[in-house]
Design a binder for this molecule. Structure first.
Ligand SMILES: Nc1nc2c(c(=O)[nH]1)N[C@H]1C(S)=C(S)[C@@H](COP(=O)(O)OP(=O)(O)OC[C@H]3O[C@@H](n4cnc5c(=O)[nH]c(N)nc54)[C@H](O)[C@@H]3O)O[C@H]1N2
Ligand SMILES: Nc1nc2c(c(=O)[nH]1)N[C@H]1C(S)=C(S)[C@@H](COP(=O)(O)OP(=O)(O)OC[C@H]3O[C@@H](n4cnc5c(=O)[nH]c(N)nc54)[C@H](O)[C@@H]3O)O[C@H]1N2
Ligand code: SF4
Ligand SMILES: [Mo]
Length: 694
């Protein structure tokens, strides 16, 4: 029997809408949901490899309980009742002795996040964190400092842009399918693309203008751009007068930062900086300076992100067609959002978070997400209190937090590590219990509230029955809760029940998703009125160049520029990123993707390689203060001589994932755990390495 199911991809967390063809209970084909604008039936390579994950025998096939040392790979298969009882009993003991706050749960923000938050709130723990700060924490803080909204509440109108500017936003390799399609459409319609990166990525090859910037110096470029834009009055004066708070302060601040000064700092010729400022201003307000994700990742990241967003404000492109926009929720059109379990009443929590977010120690990161890279320090120093149990739910602290050795040492102090995963990730392998989740093709998930220019809701729908003895994450957490006396916060017996409960009062039913895979609250795109109707949520109700958020917490809005140091002689700045074939640390063992890209290589500049006697494809040793490893060199002119580059996500240590075990080198193992203490993001690119012939 043949059927088609609309669902959501989860080969990465972009969650592209998909159409899945099923024949006699087997998935035979996956494509982008053709009903969704921007998808046009397409998928990225990872999405297309979904069946390779589904049918992989190297997935976790049943609950597993550790019998040997942590990480030794000695497991016994367990039934669900056994594994859940084991976790429930241990957890009860820990909560009784140390309190609910000694339990931490970390996850990649996902559809069931309201379930995990509920799980912790029910036991009185404030210690939920998401991956967010690892990904774009400083972008989030920068957005709140300027607009009063998080980055998650802001989007880019790719399809209508006339000029897009990307600071290492490697959009054609670090993919979201709709964004790629919409930007391609704009480029076909004549839009310009400027791309800035110390490395010639695929996106660089498609750009009209490419600058090989000195790594870590984008902020200098931006201050010089602002200098030119203000001095030549290239900005949208009407918009800026109406909406910007602190223009005079910015003007005074950028006065010394001339294009000539920036040329020395960045390596980009002054006349090109001036010419670019004049060119981009001609297309305002349909221009977008992308605020980025992981591009430049340094201890001062918050100020780089703010400077990018301020350039948008100067162009009048915040809440403009072809620029940036604020995402509109159902409330905007009189609709109601899906319910979340977390909206229930819980016992009051009096203790601070483990990462001290929201206290004077670390005031600005978003407490809705927390800061994962503080976890190793919190555990090791029992500061602010002892942490005893860690739940990893679709999150991998060993490879996603810099300095694997430090994290591992911290984890060794825990009494309980439980991982809900689909793969033998390194963290699953290092856990006490693995609770295997069904893959996205095998499970129905919670509602996705998709805010945007048109508010909508999407649903991940089970396409086929679970192939192995696996369950949905939201059911697993409920079943643990039942064993520790908090089951009453989870009023559902199945995922369908939970989804129906979420939809109560919205006017939509589960069946409404069958026709197209989503439901829409209205047909029109909503832009607020640029004269008077933009609802900034800052205290001044304006875009705060001079930021009350920063200044009230004791930080400057305009700190003097401090250069990122160039590497000492013989060393390199370590830079990392993604390619189109892998998702972070989780797809390296997926058979099809592993075949296409089975290990990472080290990009090194031709001149520097010659000095070191390294030829293309030689095996080299790369070492930092934290770790060393061997990797093949890719000798090329396509990278700035100050840095070397490798793909994130290789060098797995879990033997259960046989194809990816020990292949390539892990960036997280090499990196130091240092971060932007204002914005919250890790400074992934502030580690220096030595490279020599092996
Ligand atoms: N295929 C694929 N797509 C993905 C993901 C994935 O894992 N795989 N993940 C998704 C997620 S969660 C994210 S956060 C995004 C990430 O999206 P991006 O942030 O666009 O992706 P990265 O690969 O981290 O890009 C880093 C780029 O920044 C450059 N860079 C390094 N230092 C500097 C610098 O000082 N200045 C400038 N201008 N550039 C610099 C690097 O050379 C690299 O090309 O991708 C999303 N899409
Ligand atoms: N060193 C270093 N660290 C980084 C980055 C970097 O470039 N370098 N990038 C950062 C960025 S931008 C991000 S977004 C984060 C991402 O960090 P993570 O969220 O930790 O990484 P992912 O690869 O997305 O997947 C995490 C885990 O989810 C599991 N998983 C996949 N699908 C499912 C599922 O359906 N159910 C369950 N239960 N588990 C599943 C995977 O097997 C994996 O163990 O990492 C950050 N950390
Ligand atoms: S970008 Fe690719 S992997 Fe990620 S959700 Fe979309 S199709 Fe799937
Ligand atoms: Mo990310």
């Amino acid at each position: 029997m043949e059927k088609e199911v609309y669902s959501l991809c989860f080969m990465c967390s972009v969650r592209c809408p998909i159409k899945v063809k099923v024949n006699d209970g087997q998935v035979t084909w996956i494509e982008g949901n053709p009903n969704v604008a921007g998808m046009e039936g397409s998928l990225c390579p990872r999405g297309a490899a979904g069946t390779s994950l589904l049918y992989d025998r190297q997935r976790v096939q049943s609950p597993m309980i550790r019998v040997g040392d942590r990480g030794s790979g000695n497991w016994r298969k367990a039934s669900w009742d056994e594994a859940l009882d084991y976790v429930g009993e241990k957890l009860k003991g820990i909560i009784d002795q140390y309190g609910g706050h000694s339990v931490v749960l970390g996850e990649r923000t996902q559809l069931a996040t309201h379930v995990s938050k509920t799980f912790l709130k029910a036991i009185g723990s404030p210690n939920h964190f998401t991956h967010d700060a690892l990904c774009k924490g400083s972008v989030n803080t920068a957005c709140r400092s300027l607009f009063g909204y998080t980055d998650g509440q802001i989007g880019v109108d790719y399809g209508n842009t006339r000029h897009i500017v990307l600071y290492g936003r490697n959009i054609f390799e670090a993919i979201s399918v709709k964004e790629v399609n919409n930007l391609m459409k704009a480029l076909e319609n004549g839009a310009k693309m400027t791309y800035i990166d110390p490395r010639v990525s695929i996106t660089a090859t498609k750009a009209h203008r490419y600058w090989m910037i000195r790594p870590g110096s984008d902020l200098a470029l931006n201050y010089a751009l602002m200098h030119v834009i203000l001095n030549e009055r290239l900005y949208d004066a009407q918009y800026v007068d109406r909406w910007v708070h602190g223009l005079a302060e910015l003007r005074e601040f950028v006065e010394p930062y001339t294009p000539q000064w920036a040329e020395a700092e960045t390596g980009i010729p002054a006349d090109q900086i001036v010419a670019f400022a004049r060119e981009v201003a001609k297309d305002r307000p349909a221009v977008a300076f992308h605020y980025g994700y992981r591009g430049a990742s340094h201890t001062n990241e918050i100020y780089l992100r703010r400077s990018i967003l301020m350039l948008n404000a100067l162009m009048g492109s915040v809440e403009a067609k072809g620029g940036l926009f604020f995402k509109k929720g159902p409330g905007e059109v009189g609709g109601k959002a899906a319910r979340k379990l977390v909206e229930q009443d819980f016992p009051k929590i009096e203790v601070p978070r483990f990462d001290k977010v929201g206290t004077p120690d670390f005031p600005l990161p978003d407490p809705a997400h927390g800061v994962p890279h503080r976890l190793p320090y919190a555990i090791m120093n029992a500061d602010p209190y002892p942490i005893k149990a860690l739940f990893n739910f679709r999150f991998e602290p060993l490879m996603s937090i810099a300095d694997t050795e430090l994290t591992r040492k911290a984890l060794d102090q825990l009494d309980l590590i439980v991982t809900i995963d689909i793969n033998y990730s390194d963290i699953a392998w290092y856990s006490d219990v693995i609770l295997p989740e069904s893959t996205y093709l095998e499970r129905t998930d919670c509602i996705q509230q998709a805010n945007g220019l048109k508010p909508q809701m999407f649903l991940r729908r089970q396409a086929v029955a679970p192939r192995y003895d696996t369950r949905e994450g939201a059911m697993i957490l409920k079943q643990i809760a039942e064993r520790i006396g908090t089951g009453h916060y989870f009023p559902y017996e199945s995922m369908d029940d939970l989804v129906r409960w979420q939809l109560e009062g919205t006017g939509f039913s589960m069946e409404d998703f069958e026709a197209k895979g989503f439901v829409a609250y209205g047909k029109q795109k909503i832009f607020w009125d640029r004269q008077d109707g933009i609802k900034f949520k800052t205290p001044s109700k304006k875009i705060e160049f001079k930021s009350s958020l920063l200044e009230d917490a004791g930080f400057a809005s305009f700190p003097a520029y401090e250069p990122m140091p160039a590497p000492e002689s013989g060393k390199f700045r370590l830079v990392t990123g993604r390619n189109a074939l892998h998702t972070h640390i989780s797809t390296q063992n997926v058979e099809y993707l592993n075949e296409l890209c089975g290990e990472n290589v080290l990009w090194i500049n031709t001149g520097k390689a010659a000095e070191l006697g390294i030829a293309n494809k030689d095996v080299v040793e790369i070492s930092s203060s934290r770790h060393k490893g061997q990797i093949r060199a890719y000798v090329t002119d396509l990278i700035h001589p100050d840095c070397v580059f490798l793909l994130h996500g290789f060098g797995h240590q879990a033997k259960g994932a046989e194809r990816s075990y020990n292949r390539g080198v892990s960036d997280a193992a090499l990196q130091e755990n240092i971060f932007d203490k204002v914005g919250g993001s890790p400074a992934y690119h502030d580690t220096f390495v030595d490279v020599k012939a092996a």
